[in-house]
Design a binder for this molecule. Sequence first.
Ligand code: PLP
Length: 383
Amino acid sequence: MAKEFPTVRAMVEALTPSYPVYCLRPKVIADTVKRFLELFPGRVLYAVKCNPHPEVLKALYRAGIRHFDTASLPEIAQVREGFPDAACYFMHPVKGRAVIGTASRVYNVDTYVIDHPRELDKILDETDGGEGVTIFVRVKTPPVEGAFYHLSAKFGAEPDEAAAMLREAKSRGCQVGIAFHVGSQCVVPGAYGVALRLVGEVMEKAKVDLAGLDIGGGFPAEYIGTNMPPLEDFIHEIEEGVKALRLRRDCVLMCEPGRALVAHGISLVVQVQLRKDDQLYINDGIYGSLSEMVDAGIRLPARLLRLKGEPSTEMREFTMNGPTCDSLDVLPSTFSLPADVEEGDWIEIDRVGAYSHALATRFNGFYPETLVTVHDEPLSQQR
Ligand SMILES: *Cc1c(COP(=O)(O)O)cnc(C)c1O
């Protein structure tokens, strides 16, 4: 059980932490999930890899998430053992044979993604196959200007290959579906339309009934400087694209958001260990919770927390250095903080729920692992 505090400030007063602390706001997660469940015209799966922390999964489950996009046996075990009435979907296109067998026999997983014909053979060898198994074929989508990660660079079949695999899976007795992923932090709704037209092309070639259509994740979170349309615009684009496909009535529409469900639900409290002019040395960095500041160029809102005395109202830009001895461990964009920030002050960095803890390493002995629950409002909507 995570410790609980009314506010982030109360946590700092109680723990005076010299180590980084994640502050989970279950209400923010619940509000976000509610919006997604209301707006998305289908099944909402949470992509576990984005943040598999047990408290995060619990908050999502309590908010109403019952379907999980999983990519490994540990993820499947964690979900199925923690929430016996939740369903796991095995959405990694490349799986170990023994892992498929265990997922099927032990954890009752019946939905799998493939992007190559040999993967279908593996699944049919290791499961009972037939109508009880649904095979989603992942199609490659074109790169999107405005998505940080191009996930089709690694996975996905061309339309002809995809159509052939759909026919093959169907002829061998399985139910079939089509899946894609437009790329993470995709701020362009049109990317979903482009991908759905590609799905139409594949359907035309394959001429098989689809049991499912999975439009993936990629929905953005609002970081500083993110210029993004509201979720409604994405949903509208998806609804229009799906309508044009004339799916069978019983075809299940699914999405797999990771980032958009959890980014705003967690902040990170770090402590200033030393100040040198406009350089601050803090206790978390690019090998810990903040690698996406480098890899995806995201910028995060922050505020100063000081227990004794009021910080200056004059603001200044500071460069933040991570705790490891590596000279690369410097955050690539500056933070605006009170000009008199000093050693011992704390800084709350917001919107770190996605791809933070999940990507943290133990490099140099630093590892962010403390998580508490708080109930105050998040930092004001800084843009
Ligand atoms: C990573 C991933 C997701 C989640 O992506 P977000 O950008 O976090 O929404 C969903 N589906 C698949 C197959 C993924 O690999």
